[in-house]
Design a protein around this ligand. Structure first.
Ligand SMILES: Cc1ncc(COP(=O)(O)O)c(C=O)c1O
Length: 423
């Protein structure tokens, strides 16, 4: 085997799958709220020789030799994140957002402890107590939800449930919610009941980094996040916490939840934290929020209902029942995929349908904004979505939509033509 041979020679099958997905990425409009297009610099670091190094432990205390350089890169990533978010202690080792949450629960709680989180069918995440996830299997989760009238998190209910249940930890954070949470109010409730306060900022961490969303770090005992969603870094997780919890959180990640860290991803996290500290990134984060709001307004102007009536962050949920009582989220997502718009179906608060059919679609703007789209483009896409969903059996309308989607995808590609590597 020639170890210096290119992928296309060594494994044409995988090379062609990569090429096919690059083509899919180039030819569609991407509205999955948790996806983005990483920079060349991030991908170079992810594809670097750091992939070869084992380094169980933390900088200065490893179980392997030869860690001088990975110690430096991990310290760099931690320092950059600490400066960017104002965090006292940072752990950049979690392989993913789920493992960041696992590390925190393992480090700060005992199995069986009670945790208060957001209802999963109203926007919370799998790792906030789903019965099919380690969180629901190992911990005793109780939940708060949104107000049925406003569809906004009901702080009075959070307080009421917290006082009745006396959880060890309160988790604020979500996968499908479009409003800003009041970090100070959550902290106050956590203090009142003697609970730890954790924010799962997986979705919004990029907006926070870009100063387009309030930062939970000063308020929370611990903040978890992913680096691959709005943040636009490599796939992975991270944890920030007060110094007093640092040692326990580190132990929760390694050795409790994980083995050796992915040093190539840690290097790429360092790169993305440097990118996020620039004015260009702040402009990007502000544009993501402006785009989400503009698209939501354009969709509402077509007479379609948006959950909670709009958005303050990078995403929103369409209530498909306002288009057609019988239209499920799954069918809507499939239809939109067939015209070149990629998104995901999602339950909406108090959804009468089960999650695999759902009554909503979730729309996020981080990826489209990375491609350079601004208000005129995203407003048009909002109208194209409405038009496709209203004319599902009219092939001529669907063809017109497909044509515009392709034109926009070509005009606003995720990477320039001459981008090197695997795209
Ligand atoms: C709020 C929240 N937490 C955690 C995660 C888990 O991240 P990962 O998929 O990297 O495990 C997600 C992912 O969607 C999320 O939305």
């Amino acid at each position: 085997m020639d170890r210096a041979a290119p992928l296309s020679d060594v494994d044409p099958e995988v090379a062609s799958l990569i090429a096919r997905d690059a083509d899919r990425q180039r030819s569609h409009i991407h509205l999955i709220a948790s996806e983005n297009f990483a920079s060349r610099a991030v991908m170079e670091a992810t594809g670097s020789v750091f992939t070869n190094k084992y380094s169980e432990g933390y900088p200065g205390k490893r179980y392997y030799e030869g860690c001088e350089v990975v110690d430096e890169v991990e310290d760099l990533a931690r320092d950059r994140a600490g400066a960017l978010f104002g965090a006292e202690h940072v752990n950049v080792q979690p392989h993913s957002g789920a493992q960041a949450n696992m590390g925190v629960y393992f480090g700060l709680l005992e199995a069986g402890d009670k945790i208060l989180g957001m209802r999963l069918d109203q926007g919370g995440h799998l790792t906030h107590g789903s019965h099919v996830n380690f969180s629901g299997l190992l911990y005793d989760f109780v939940a708060y939800g949104v107000d049925p009238r406003t569809e906004v998190v009901d702080l009075a209910e959070v307080r009421r449930v917290a006082q009745a249940e006396r959880p060890k930890m309160i988790v604020a954070g979500y996968s499908a919610y479009s409003r800003i949470l009041d970090w100070a109010a959550f902290r106050e409730i956590a203090h009142e009941v003697g609970a730890l306060f954790m924010v799962d900022a997986a979705h919004i961490i990029g907006l926070i980094a870009g100063r387009a969303h309030p930062n939970p770090v000063p308020y929370a005992d611990v903040v978890t996040a992913t680096t691959h969603k709005a943040m636009r870094g490599p796939r992975g997780g991270m944890i920030m916490c007060k110094e007093e919890f640092g040692a326990a959180v580190d132990k929760g990640v390694f050795p409790n939840a994980q083995g050796g860290p992915l040093n190539n991803h840690i290097a790429a996290k360092a790169v993305c934290f440097a990118e996020a500290a620039t004015q260009g990134y702040r402009d990007y984060a502000a544009q993501v929020v402006a785009n989400a709001s503009a698209m939501a307004e354009a969709v509402m102007a077509e007479g379609v209902r948006i959950v909670s009536g709009g958005t303050d962050n990078h995403m929103f949920l369409i209530d498909l029942r306002s288009i057609d009582e019988d239209l499920t989220g799954r069918d809507a997502a499939r239809l939109l995929s067939s015209v070149g718009i990629t998104l995901n179906f999602n339950t909406i608060p108090f959804d009468p349908r089960p999650p695999y059919r759902a009554s909503g679609v979730r729309i996020g703007l981080p990826a489209a904004t990375t491609c350079g789209m601004r208000e005129p483009q995203v407003e048009e896409i909002g109208r194209l979505i409405t038009s496709a969903l209203r004319n599902r059996s009219d092939e001529s309308v669907l063809d017109q939509v497909r044509g515009r989607v392709t034109a926009l995808a070509v005009e606003f590609p995720p990477y320039p033509e001459d981008f090197p590597g695997h795209v």
